[in-house]
Design a binder for this molecule. Structure first.
Ligand code: AMP
Length: 292
């Protein structure tokens, strides 16, 4: 695996590979890699000739400075994991490589991501998606991939990045990959390593709440009671809730009923101690649980 720290060097190298007819698959990450990230690498390998991964803890997307300071860094292990899992190129820039003029908010571009910025993660993490767009535009301009691989775990982020690709008039195609989970159902996340043993056990509540909804939903019936029950499950596991809501998967408009004919997404964000976790499930029209 080749490791680049400078954007001009990686841009030149990847462009050369592209000019030779290779398709480029890109997996942007913030490091502290887990099997969910590796699943993205595998998907990129299956779909592209050359796999580029980036590790960059992007300062502009942290609305909470403490979250940024405590974000786990395991770079040696990450390099080992990427190397042994067949990643071709790692981009490992320093912050001033990505933000040579610093990252004061007034100096950075603003992106029109519309409604997406006003709900769920947009509402609870002001400025977060602007930071995501700021870093993603820079990374995409450097790597210019044919395919971009991102996780459904960050459902709203995928929608924001799709919008960014449109704003950029980029030819890059976003491939959204399934959420990888621990054996007990907890969605893998770099933040999980900040949980104490006790918190880690309770954190399963977020998956239990979403699973409860999946197992009890009936098309055509209001879902208020289901959401209340699911929020109670989170509370019973000592989560402090930001939100647990249902929305149309196509546009993130909140909904109080599922017609069974369109995709619906249930999105949750909650604090386990100081650690904020998010998760979601998407139900499709052909989802089988219509008998309850
Ligand atoms: P992060 O390093 O948390 O910014 O995540 C980098 C990419 O990995 C994003 O596209 C995430 O959506 C994706 N990702 C994070 N956790 C998972 C998971 N459990 N399963 C699949 N993809 C994930």
């Amino acid at each position: 695996m080749l490791i680049f720290k400078q954007k001009t060097a990686i841009a030149r190298h990847v462009k050369n590979l592209g000019n030779k007819g290779n398709s480029i698959g890109f997996v942007p990450t913030m490091g502290a890699l887990h099997k969910g990230h590796i699943a993205l690498i595998n998907q990129a390998k299956a779909n592209a000739d050359v796999v580029v991964c980036s590790i960059f803890v992007n300062p502009t997307q942290f609305n909470d400075p403490a979250d940024f300071d405590k974000y786990p860094v395991t770079i040696e292990k990450d390099i080992y994991e990427l190397e042994t899992n067949g990643c071709d190129i790692l981009f490992l820039p320093a912050a001033n490589e990505i933000y040579p003029d610093g990252w004061d908010h007034d100096k950075l571009a603003r992106y029109d991501i519309g409604f997406l910025e006003t709900v769920f993660e947009g509402k609870f993490r002001p400025g977060h998606f602007q930071g995501v767009c700021q870093v993603m535009e820079r990374l995409l301009t450097i790597v210019q991939p044919h395919y971009l691989f991102m996780g459904q775990k960050d459902f709203q982020q995928c929608m924001v990045v799709n919008r960014l690709l449109k704003l950029m008039q980029s030819p890059t195609k976003l491939v959204v990959c399934d959420t990888l989970r621990e054996p007990d159902g907890l969605a893998m996340s770099s933040r999980n390593m900040r949980l104490t043993k006790d918190q880690r056990q309770k954190a399963i509540g977020i998956y239990k709440a979403l699973t409860y909804i999946k197992e009890h939903i009936t098309p055509g019936k209001p879902i208020d009671d289901l959401l209340t029950k699911a929020r109670n499950i989170l509370q019973e596991h000592q989560f402090i809730l930001d939100y647990l809501e249902a929305a149309e998967a196509a546009n993130l408009q909140k909904t109080g009923i599922w017609n069974g004919q369109t995709n619906i997404v249930f999105l949750a964000a909650a604090f386990m101690g100081e650690v904020r976790l998010i998760d979601n499930i998407v139900l499709h029209p052909n989802f089988a649980n219509h008998g309850n």
